[in-house]
Design a protein around this ligand. Sequence first.
Ligand code: SF4
Length: 400
Amino acid sequence: MEHCERKHALLSASSAGRWLACTPSARLEEQFPDTESEAAAEGTLAHELAEAKVRNFFFTKEFGKRKLNGAIKKLQANELWRDEMQGYTDDYLDYIKNIALSLKAAPSARIEQRVYFKEYTLADPEDEIDGSGIADCILLYGDTVHVIDFKYGKGVPVSAEKNPQLMLYALGAYMAYRMLYPISRAKLTIVQPRLDSLSEWECTAEELLEFGEYVKERAAFAVKGEGDFRPDKDTCRFCRAKAQCRARAEENIRLAFFTDKYPPLISNEEVGEYLKKGEDVAKWLEDLKEYALKECLAGKEVSGWKAVEGRGSREWTDMDAAFDILVKAGITPEDMLWEKKPLTLAQVEKMIGKKDFQESVGEFVIKKPGKPTLVKESDKRQAVTNKVTAAEAFAIGNQQ
Ligand code: SF4
């Protein structure tokens, strides 16, 4: 089945992070159309390319070079195609290849495999869609079921640690293959090449089954639209109800305006706390604005707001004719026709691929420190300060 034709289930694996945390969201979302954004459609295309490459690697006999090239040619005809997809899908393929080639025996590979976890999501046994999900790549080797997920998003890096979507795939794979393979552990990997992010996590089969029991408990609420709304920036991010959800609105109003302290100045501790609490407020206001604009454009009334035309931009109707006139008026083509600019380092890397880039011109690249930016304490990068350390002060003193 083409990726774009896949129907989303009420309790799908890809939205499990949401309905497990906020159980009423599953039914609430049903009121809204499941529209696909351009970014999601681009991701779908990249997934189809990734699938073809991995299929070619594992099943070269059935899906050889000719078939792969044919599939790529078809994908290239899509208006969302970008050449950079080749490099990013190669990163995903390289990860899988490295795992497969590092094993003593070839793994058993399942590409774009539908796995079932109906008993945990309490889906109707006859329902082919609900209570199941399609994993990008499942490898079975030794005592391990390894679920590898390709994410094409470039918003925030997604962690594999206790990731509900991947745990559901692993659970489904465990249920399907436990009779054939001696599975006692699961490995989960998310490859997100546009953010240069690779996240891996492992757990035991017992932990997977425990997770399954938790899913069962939460699903019992979710299928009935019951339980508490749990607004949170990560949970609400892709919820179809995010603009109109009352629980989210009330929570953000509370976060934005509630204060029980009356000091003339707030402390650094409070600054940190407000920054954390206010994270979803800004996002929520953006979502509200987007929703209100759509409503106004649809001719509906949003009290106190209206849609107007934004600042337009000027364009040539016939650039060649205009430039001819300018050249005839004495302006030389060298002066004004085209500006020649070298490609940026990142553009060159995208063009030739990371590996070739590193091998051919990597020695000419240095990494300059970026502008200081504020991130959460949990961020893996080393903290920086402008404060002079004792060692630096000593070195300066010796130079003087
Ligand atoms: S917007 Fe947030 S709180 Fe509201 S239903 Fe969706 S996930 Fe739950």
